[in-house]
Design a binder for this molecule. Structure first.
Ligand SMILES: Nc1ncnc2c1ncn2[C@@H]1O[C@H](COP(=O)(O)OP(=O)(O)OP(=O)(O)O)[C@@H](O)[C@H]1O
Length: 243
């Protein structure tokens, strides 16, 4: 089986910013302490994802799920290790990324579609379907800065699923949409799956993840703690202590 995503010994460290007065900084330095405080968000994570798998990335708040998704999407680079992705990646990682607030919904479909690698002709061809799916046709010519967060999300989701991605990444996608849209989004994700596309999703909605995914990865404090079938991963997480 071909791997679509290969995560090899990946680590990611962030610098934590602290506001310190000049006096505090001098005291800190006089004690020989380093001014930069860093935090290891991902620690030697390894993972192979085969084509067509649907993976739920699980873990408590701050365990590194979104960071791993951002590294796979390529918006962020690892400090150590490597990430390989075969094919086109699309995703909803940060709602609003790839959209310009001063442009209309219509203009943003073209902007976002192009950012996700679609040609103008392809967007022309899929435009009506994107608008239909988003359900925001009345507001198509309003600037997206006036959109509600749900409307914004609908549009972003509609564009992303029309890019026909090989790997679809979704981070807490269903938190903002209303129930009818959530149902539609889940159906669409299932359709992408049935077309043999690879899915990696982050969600705290464990019942939803259970319905959609077949493999579960549990992260804890940046380390991969469990890699198993989705039901076992969910049971494991439910029985885990926060600390
Ligand atoms: N750009 C950044 N700068 C500094 N620290 C960051 C940055 N991005 C993430 N972190 C830190 O890395 C850790 C992991 O964050 P991440 O968002 O990956 O966690 P998560 O598992 O997705 O959490 P949640 O379930 O709360 O969304 C957190 O402690 C977070 O504060």
């Amino acid at each position: 089986m071909v791997n679509t995503v290969e995560v090899r010994h990946v680590s990611k460290r962030f610098t934590l910013r602290h506001t310190r007065s000049l006096k505090e900084m001098l005291v800190w330095m006089s004690r020989g302490r380093d001014l930069s405080d860093t935090f290891l968000a991902l620690d030697d994570v390894a993972l192979d994802v085969a084509q067509g798998e649907a993976i739920g990335l699980l873990g408590f708040n701050g365990s590194g799920k979104s960071t791993l998704l951002k590294l796979i999407s390529g918006v962020m680079r690892p400090d150590a290790g490597s990430i390989g992705v075969r094919g086109r990646v699309a995703g909803l990682i940060e709602v609003g990324a790839g959209f310009h607030p001063d442009l209309t919904g219509r203009e943003n479909i073209y902007l976002n579609g192009a950012t996700l690698g679609m040609s103008r002709q392809q967007i022309d061809r899929l435009f009506d379907s994107i608008v239909d799916f988003s359900g925001i046709s009345r507001f198509l010519d309003s600037e997206v800065k006036f959109y509600s967060s749900g409307m914004f999300f609908r549009l972003a989701f509609a564009v992303a699923v029309h890019t026909e991605p090989d790997v679809f990444l979704v981070d807490e996608i269903l938190a903002v949409g209303d129930e009818p849209f959530q149902r539609m989004a889940v159906e669409r994700i299932k359709q992408l799956r049935s077309e043999g596309r690879t899915l990696i999703m982050v969600s705290h909605d464990l019942d939803l993840v259970d319905r959609i995914c077949d493999r579960g990865i549990v992260l804890r404090e940046g380390r991969l703690e469990k890699d198993t079938d989705i039901s076992t991963a969910i049971d494991f997480l439910r029985q885990s202590d926060r600390t």
